[in-house]
Design a protein around this ligand. Structure first.
Ligand code: UT7
Length: 319
C-alpha cells in the first residue's frame, strides 16, 4: 500500500506590510474595530509587478530545501489559487517553468479558501494511485488584487502570501484522510462576480461578501468537518497535537476550537500577522509552526478550511 507524506514545508509573504493604522489613512475604519472583530493587526501586500506564481516560487523552493529534494524529483505540481497570474496558462504551469521542472503534470485547483485542502487531497490521491511520486502542493494568493479599497467591510480582512508542501510517496501515512465538501447554493454569499468577455472585464472584479452569514456557516462546517475526520480515523480531538484552521477571523478560529474542545494552545493562529490569505492561509500557518518548532515529526495535525463556493474540507495528517 502506498501513502503520501509531507517531506517538507515552505512559505513566503511579500515584504510590504499594511497595518490597521495604515488602512485608517484611506478607509473609514479603525485599528480597535479590526482587532476586536477579526484579530487582524496587519497583512502583507504584494510588490508592484509581483504575481501569485512569484510568491509560489519562493514558498516552493523553501519547501523543497526543507525536504532535501530538488526540482528534478517533482513529477506533479498542484497550485490552489483564486488569484491566478492570468486567465491561462495555469499558475501551476507558470510556476513549473520558473522552477525549471520540465515534465509531469501541473494544474490549478480553485476552491477559494479551502483550495489548499482540496489540492492536498488531489495530490494525495495521485500518489496513492501511483500516478505521481513527488508532488509540490501550493496555496498562493495575491488576494489584494480582488479588493475594493473603499469597501471597509472587506478590504481590511485579506492579504497576500504563499505556502507549499512537498508530498512524497511513503509506506506509511502521512495523510490519514481528507474530506471535501461543497454547496454551490451559497455562491452569492461570498464571490467576485466578474469575468473576462468580449475583450474586457465584465461584472464586478472585487470581493462581495455577506460577512455575518459567512461567519455562521464557517463555524458550523469547520466543526463538522473536523469531527468527520476524527470519526473516520477512530480518533478523539485529544489524539490530535495541532489544529491548523483556515485563518479568516480569530473569532471563527476560537469558536471552532471551543466547539471541538481543543486546548487553545494547540491551535495555530497567524491571522493577526497575515489577515486572510485565502488558499495560502493553511500552508502558511503550517510552515510557520513547523519552523518555530511547535509542529514536530511524528505529531498528528488536523487541517480544516472553509471558503467561497461554499467549499469546506479537512485533512488529518501525520508529520
Ligand atoms: O475565508 C472566508 C472569508 N470570509 C470570512 O470568513 C469572513 C467572515 N465574517 C467575518 O469575519 C465578520 O462577519 C466580519 C469581520 C466581516 C464582520 O464582523 P461582524 O462582527 O459580523 O460585524 P458586522 O458585519 O455585524 O458589522 C458591525 C458594524 C457595522 O456597523 P453598523 O451597521 O452596526 O453601524 C459595520 O458597518 O461594523 C461596521 N464595520 C466596520 N467598522 C469599522 C464593518 N466593517 C468595518 C470596518 N471598520 N472595517
Amino acid at each position: 500500500m502506498t501513502y503520501s507524506k509531507i517531506a517538507g514545508t515552505g512559505s513566503y509573504t511579500p515584504d510590504r506590510i499594511l497595518t490597521n493604522r495604515d488602512l485608517e489613512k484611506f478607509v473609514d475604519t479603525d485599528d480597535a474595530w479590526i482587532r476586536s472583530r477579526t484579530g487582524i493587526q496587519q497583512r502583507h501586500v504584494r510588490a508592484e509587478g509581483e504575481t501569485t506564481s512569484d510568491l509560489a516560487l519562493v514558498a516552493s523552493r523553501r519547501a523543497l530545501e526543507a525536504a532535501g529534494l530538488t526540482t528534478a524529483d517533482v513529477d506533479l505540481i498542484v497550485v490552489a489559487t483564486t488569484t491566478p497570474d492570468m486567465v491561462f496558462p495555469s499558475t501551476a504551469c507558470l510556476l513549473q517553468a520558473k522552477l525549471g521542472v520540465k515534465d509531469g503534470a501541473a494544474f490549478d485547483v480553485q476552491a477559494v479558501c479551502t483550495g489548499f485542502v482540496y489540492a492536498l487531497s488531489v495530490a494525495d490521491k495521485f500518489i496513492r494511485s501511483g500516478s505521481a511520486r513527488c508532488a509540490l502542493v501550493v496555496g498562493a494568493e495575491t488576494f489584494t488584487n480582488l479588493l475594493d479599497w473603499n469597501d471597509r467591510n472587506t478590504c481590511v480582512l485579506f492579504g497576500d502570501g504563499a505556502g507549499a508542501v512537498v508530498l512524497q510517496a511513503a509506506r506509511e501515512p502521512g495523510i490519514y484522510s481528507t474530506h471535501l465538501h461543497s454547496d454551490g447554493r451559497y455562491a452569492d454569499l461570498l464571490s467576485v462576480p466578474g469575468t473576462v468577455s468580449g475583450g474586457k472585464a465584465s461584472g464586478s472584479p472585487t470581493v462581495k461578501m455577506d460577512g455575518g452569514a459567512v461567519f455562521k456557516f464557517a463555524v458550523k462546517v469547520l466543526d463538522q468537518v473536523c469531527r468527520e475526520a476524527l470519526e473516520a480515523n477512530g480518533l478523539a480531538i485529544s489524539d490530535v497535537d495541532w489544529l491548523v484552521p483556515h485563518q479568516a477571523n480569530i473569532r471563527i478560529i476560537e469558536s471552532t476550537g471551543h466547539k471541538l474542545g481543543i486546548d487553545p494552545a494547540r491551535v495555530v493562529v497567524t491571522v493577526d500577522r497575515h489577515g486572510n490569505t485565502s488558499a495560502a492561509s493553511i500552508p502558511l500557518a503550517l510552515d510557520l509552526a513547523v519552523r518555530d518548532g511547535r509542529i514536530r515529526h511524528g505529531q498528528r495535525v488536523l487541517l480544516a478550511g472553509v471558503g467561497g463556493g461554499f467549499t469546506w474540507g479537512s485533512a488529518l495528517i501525520g508529520m
